[in-house]
Design a protein around this ligand. Structure first.
Ligand SMILES: *Cc1c(COP(=O)(O)O)cnc(C)c1O
Length: 421
């Protein structure tokens, strides 16, 4: 009989993967809590939350129970002309946790589409106002997704290269800090009247390698854009739902965004879903007797009741005192560990925000394809740990249910790797 691995290779094409040179994928047959189990019975600590989505561990019984009840009640319904309780309840519950200017929820089914919707809302806002503005601001090295609009507002890289001439123009600026704010402001001054919106990953650029920047500079930049009527799109697809140590990255800021994008941890990592929220002024620019001013965007599975229910259950779990304590515990443990290795000669830099800990290794090549990446990946897999470095940047992003002993096991494996590799 063929293994799952062999059958997979005959029919599946995997994301971001050179199928010719990549090792055969590991076939997972079961997930439970922080662990993944492969077809040979080997288990792995999921130290990257399965691409940053899993919050409370795999196959969480409470989420499973809620989704299963919903599955027997209403699995899917068209969301134009119809609505349902899970979509209403989730919008109510989520908005309560966001800055009070966030007033409306628009559902999609992943992070890239949540970004597409935010961009379309901003672009069409100005069209509906009969004052079309088309320039968009974003940060260098940004990552906002893989669809064309989301790619366009992402930094140009190996990922966007094959499509580059088809991407729309975006003005890319440096991450702000106390020293360059004045220069950034004057850069914005020059184009401000044509700029429709500014999209940014708050405080952490995840895919770029967990690059971090400070809340105060970002708040200053946000307020400056606001003074120029530039809409602020805060992409919290990665930073949302506790990753930064607070519920949302926005809770670190003194400025508030106009639109927010969510996905990844939204359903606790159970089902795909995206959400874009916006303020009343944005919503009101589409609210009209004129049919042409409606927002023409939707997906077949918009506001899928199962995904909404998973999100409701995940949010309940996230707000539990015990989960918040777990987050605090991870933050503290990361702190102690990063201090202990910060002087190691192989460590070039170490960065932490909340539960996100990133270690940049000294290497000749910092490229995404660096050979160190592959070495580290295999090294940890052998020890039963799933860590998937971004180039020479190794990061830990655990589900919140991870135990101290499991964190210690990961830390210890990293210390060994620092000696052995
Ligand atoms: C992952 C990510 C996206 C894209 O989400 P997908 O669900 O993978 O399409 C967008 N923005 C940020 C900040 C992300 O980290």
């Amino acid at each position: 009989m063929k293994s799952l691995q062999e059958r997979d290779q005959l029919v599946n094409w995997h994301p971001y993967t050179q199928m010719k040179t990549a090792a055969a994928p590991i076939a997972i047959v079961k997930g439970q809590g922080v662990f993944l189990y492969d077809e040979n019975g080997k288990r792995y600590i999921d130290a990257v939350s399965s691409w940053w989505v899993t919050l409370h561990g795999h196959a969480h019984p409470y989420i499973a129970q809620r989704v299963s009840e919903q599955l027997n009640t209403l699995e899917q319904v068209i969301f134009a002309g119809f609505t349902h309780e899970p979509a209403i309840q989730l919008a109510e519950n989520l908005l309560k946790l966001l800055p009070s200017n966030q007033q409306k929820v628009f559902y999609t089914d992943n992070g890239s589409t949540a970004v597409e919707v935010a961009l379309k809302m901003c672009l069409q806002y100005w069209t509906n106002q009969k004052q079309p503005k088309r320039k968009i601001l974003a940060f260098k090295n940004a990552y906002h997704g893989d669809t064309f609009g989301a790619m366009s507002v992402s930094g140009r890289s190996v990922w966007t290269h094959p499509f580059e001439e088809l991407l729309f123009d975006v003005v890319f600026i440096d991450l702000p800090n106390a020293d360059n704010l004045a220069a950034l402001k004057s850069q914005i001054d020059e184009i401000a009247t044509e700029v429709c919106c500014f999209i940014y990953e708050p405080l952490v650029q995840g895919s770029a390698g967990m690059l971090m920047y400070d809340a105060e500079s970002l708040s200053t930049l946000m307020n400056y854009c606001r003074s120029h009527k530039i809409w602020l799109i805060q992409d919290e697809v990665f930073t949302g739902f506790g990753r930064t140590g607070k519920l949302f990255a926005t809770d670190h800021l003194t400025a508030v965004p106009d639109l927010m994008c969510f996905s990844k941890g939204l359903t606790g990592g159970t089902l795909p879903m995206g959400i874009t929220t916006c303020t009343a002024p944005i919503y009101n620019a589409f609210y009209s007797d004129n049919q042409h001013q409606a927002l023409f965007h939707g997906h077949s599975f918009t506001a899928n009741p199962l995904a909404c229910t998973a999100a409701l259950a995940s949010l309940e779990l996230l707000l539990l005192a015990s989960t918040q304590q777990n987050i605090g515990r991870i933050v503290q443990k990361h702190k102690v560990f990063s201090k202990s290795i910060s002087q190691h000669p192989k460590i070039k830099a170490i960065r932490q925000l909340g539960t996100i800990l990133a270690m940049e290794w000294n290497t000749d090549s910092s490229s995404y394809f660096s050979s160190l990446k592959e070495k580290l990946y295999v090294y940890f897999l052998e020890k039963g740990i799933l860590l998937r470095p971004l180039g020479n940047i190794l990061y830990i992003l655990p589900p919140y249910c991870i135990e101290d002993s499991e964190l210690d096991y990961i830390y210890h494996a990293i210390e060994e790797a620092l000696e052995e590799l």
